[in-house]
Ligand binder design. Structure first.
Ligand SMILES: [Zn+2]
Length: 123
């Protein structure tokens, strides 16, 4: 069994895989249940770890660790993210199209006309 420092309380404990000691794991489970209940009641809430911890009256560090462990990830949120990403890509494509079309027009109406006027100046 290896010795690891607990991510929450900093205590050294023996484990084979976990990064949080058994006592803190219990605490994390309680915080997770609270946070999940809060998020279920406030589905439109967009909170970071600190704000969520404040709302449920728990330690910010515990919520942060749950977030890092991916405990709050749900499918509906992921879908929203990819839709935003799609819109951003479309916008970027539009922008690039506009950028490449403008310099060409400027090149066409260039110095051609003024050159011709210059050569006919013979008197
Ligand atoms: Zn601990």
């Amino acid at each position: 069994m290896e010795m690891t420092t607990c991510n929450v309380c900093g205590k050294i404990f023996g484990t084979s895989s976990a990064s949080v000691c058994p006592a803190c794991r219990k605490l994390l489970d309680i915080v997770y249940e609270k946070a999940r209940a809060y998020l279920r009641d406030h589905p439109k809430a967009r909170l970071n770890a600190r704000e969520l911890a404040k709302e449920i009256g728990e330690d910010e560090r515990l919520v942060e660790i749950l977030t890092i462990e991916g405990r709050f990830e749900n499918k509906s949120e992921g879908m929203e993210d990819s839709e935003v990403e799609k819109k951003r890509k479309l916008l970027l494509e539009d922008l690039q199209r506009n950028l490449t079309s403008t310099p060409q027009k400027q090149r066409e109406s260039g110095t051609y006309g003024s050159d011709r006027h210059g050569t006919r100046r013979e008197k």
